[in-house]
Design a protein around this ligand. Sequence first.
Ligand code: AMP
Length: 308
Amino acid sequence: MAALIETIPGLRDACDRARAAGGTVGLVPTMGFLHEGHRSLMRRARAENSFVVVTIFVNPLQFGPTEDLGRYPRDLDGDVAACEAEDVDVVFAPSVAEMYPRPSATTVRVAGLTDGLCGEHRPGHFDGVTTVVTKLFAIAGPCRAYFGRKDAQQVAVVARMAADLDLPIEVLACPLVRESDGLALSSRNAYLAPADRAAAPVLFHALRAASESVVAGERDADVLTARIRGVVAAEPRVELEYVEVRDAESIVPVVRVDGAVLIALAARVGGTRLIDNVGISVVGSTVTVDLGTLSAGAKPAPPAPPAS
Ligand code: AMP
């Protein structure tokens, strides 16, 4: 049975007791409306820790004034059921008043890694993320914290924050999970009208096409992003917001693929903003492509469109 905890002292006590009994705490921070991507993090946390906490909190600080805070999908009962099914020990679902009993005078800000990509297009977003994640880390105490590579810039930012501040937290990056047709799982996929849902996998097709170009020897970032723009342009329902090649750890822009990079993009599909990325590592002549995994039970994705 997963315990539902809604107070900060309640979660702090539960984690303290787990550690006092000799256990380790695995923390999975989420905004709820849980899907297979979240569940893959829970399973990893379950496999590696004696005590697993999933947090469900739609954090107002990380939404811009014109964003979807008010209509972000919520289903606490369904989320608790998903956590039960994954043998989670605690679901922490605080209210906004519990997390922010007064306006926060303190903001945790990571410089540099938050420049560009979603940092540029969602001003203040990462400050909201790092501030709430710091609070969750402070409440849970020493633990392993599991984040998905779906939000690759976010994982890099949180890992750097934990390292810079000597937080007693091990930040673990987990694979991006996709639907059978390649669409990255996201709570926001629930917003997609059927025609937009059918169009959205073009983002995966484009990233895969660029990855194939790298495997075939292409290293020029501009050529790779042009390849992605070309594939996405064939789908009029999808409008790219950005596509860039960046160093996977420092998030600085790169002009050539060398070492570990991300090709990251954001796009509008109907009114919905989606993000996706591929991790690529080039060491000497060895190229490793990480497009993530298909969700459990999913069939393989269809083949990439021909190169143009
Ligand atoms: P969210 O609820 O969207 O804030 O996501 C909570 C955590 O789940 C973050 O660490 C995300 O990166 C991770 N996550 C969301 N979608 C996926 C996915 N498709 N695959 C892997 N992890 C994911």
